[in-house]
Design a protein around this ligand. Sequence first.
Ligand code: PMP
Length: 369
Amino acid sequence: IVTAPEPTGARVRLRPEIAALPPYRQGRPAPADGFKLSSNENPFGPLPSVVEVVASAAHDINRYPDATALALRERLAERFGVTADEVLIGAGSVALLAQFILAAAAPGDEVVYSWRSFEAYPGLVTVAGATSVMVPNRADHGHDLDAMAAAITDRTRVVIVCSPNNPTGVVVTAAEFEAFMAKVPADRLVLLDEAYAEFVRGDGSADDAVDGATLIGRYPNLVMLRTFSKAYGLAGLRVGYAIGPVELLDAARATAIPLGVTAAAASAAIASLEPAAEAELLERVGAIADRRDRVHATLVAQGWPVPVARSNFVWLPAGEATTAVAERLFDAGIVTRAFAPDGIRISIGEEESVDILLTILGELVPGSQ
Ligand code: PMP
């Protein structure tokens, strides 16, 4: 009989920076009859055609999925005019961000990004053992690309540009981005995180938002990241994609946890790209963008210094009042994402949430109390 050793009181040795890492912060659930405007989710439920393919994928869940989601890659390749090898599918674009950071940045290396930006970036960089170099946003809440270019050192391996930026909603313009790329050494990986691209409604001019789709094939060090979580409403299934040079995508394939993308997720994404389904989804995106513009215009008229948002959320720079304003909204059934002491990110959700939101914020305009 083998007996277990006596406990010695010794603690398992973990990486100290990992043990100290705070868990990814998710939005609080909404109270009953309330609205969850804290995770930039799509307020519309899934299309029946998407539910159908997910249900039918359920019949095969005793089998592993196709490891590379080839059918979805082929669909996206056709759409973006690239080969299927220039498309990489991930378990959400956050998984792809992790894969690319792991592929390029090791301990001692630096990853440059604007701050505030997507909350997951610092944790992903820490997991890779690399160091975050966070460049403060400009006063207008956009990326300070000049300062970001200046922050690139010999140790920089990855630069992340987020447009529209989460949580501020501000875009990088096409002209700004191209000027920036001219300053980034070609041997440093640039990740263009366009999780909210479909909400931009651009006009294609140089003053307009950068559109990664128009830059494909132009830079050997650029990868565009997009997701089905936001515009396509598949947040719960976890599916995102990257488009870029094969050599870079191969490196990110190597750092992936194998088989992360389920067959249900891949087939839901394919079903969402069917012409009739996509037309309906993009109509919803248009409705959300209209709602966003109305929320923005009203908040500005109320006196809130809200930057122009091109995403499915707006940024309320509430400053020191951030926590108090977020709590007041929560009491009224509206859950938002507070980033004290900077501001509050409010997702554009159900139509019924808009009046409640605007009424309360109208009463809380700084200086009006
Ligand atoms: N990038 C940005 C800027 C985001 O805001 C998010 C989601 N909040 C993601 C990437 C990741 O999205 P997902 O993993 O659902 O594709």
